[in-house]
Design a protein around this ligand. Structure first.
Ligand code: GSH
Length: 208
């Protein structure tokens, strides 16, 4: 298998954490999606990371497709479910959806900045809408996390994976942004889960 990835993408991180949690810890093949890497272009019509090329050559694009493939091919009880027990699944998916909305807004802001510079996209009506999504999404997740800790048993399901990926990405790309809410419960969740290899070794960084 080949996991086409970069070191900053939150979508890559969600897929990679999920893979490691399912016992599939393959070394990522680092590519630059913006440089139209030929391997990525061949495997993914959208030329985006993450893309997982299976042993039989089938390419899987989209982080959530990879999550679904993992869940189907490495099911519980042999492997912990990324969705948790069926009774917990609606809540897990609901929280995951909030975090993914934040991640989409954050990535969109970072990408559109490249296009509009030197005019800052962030202050445009659409930019402010994306900022509101980030602030509102994290406020809602924080309110939930404060009363109902995610991964209370130490095992990250998709909601904790997405929430930790979101807060770590915001801390990485929007460091100390004054418009973000206080997020003590989510920061504590990120710190607590960092001892887990899937979370600890996938922190975002800018490659040299
Ligand atoms: N919905 C996709 C989003 C993937 C995505 O947007 N990846 C970015 C990196 S954060 C990328 O490769 N962008 C290159 C491009 O948009 O051309 C997923 O969940 O995997």
């Amino acid at each position: 298998m080949q996991f086409l990835a970069n070191t900053t993408s939150p979508y890559v991180r969600i897929a990679r954490i999920s893979m490691i949690e399912k016992g599939l810890d393959i070394e990522p093949t680092i590519v630059d999606p913006w440089a139209d890497d030929a391997r990525l272009r061949a495997a993914n019509a959208a030329t985006r990371v993450p893309t997982l090329v299976l042993d039989d050559g089938t390419p899987l694009a989209e982080s959530m497709m990879i999550v679904n493939w993992l869940e189907a091919t490495r099911p519980a009880p042999a492997h912990e479910s990324l969705f948790g027990p069926a009774k917990d699944m609606p809540g897990v998916l609901s929280r995951s959806g909030i975090a993914l909305g934040v991640i989409d807004a954050a990535v969109h802001t970072i990408i559109i900045r490249k296009v509009t510079a030197p005019v800052l996209f962030d202050d445009t009506p659409v930019g402010l809408r994306r900022r509101r999504t980030m602030a509102e999404g994290m406020a809602r997740l924080e309110a939930i996390a404060a009363v109902q800790p995610m991964a209370a048993d130490g095992i990250p399901r998709l909601d904790a994976i997405c929430a930790v990926t979101a807060i770590d990405y915001l801390n990485f790309r929007f460091t100390d942004a004054p418009w973000l809410p206080a997020m003590p419960a989510l920061n504590a969740l990120s710190q607590r889960l960092r001892a887990r290899p899937s979370i600890g070794k996938t922190m975002p960084f800018v490659a040299a």
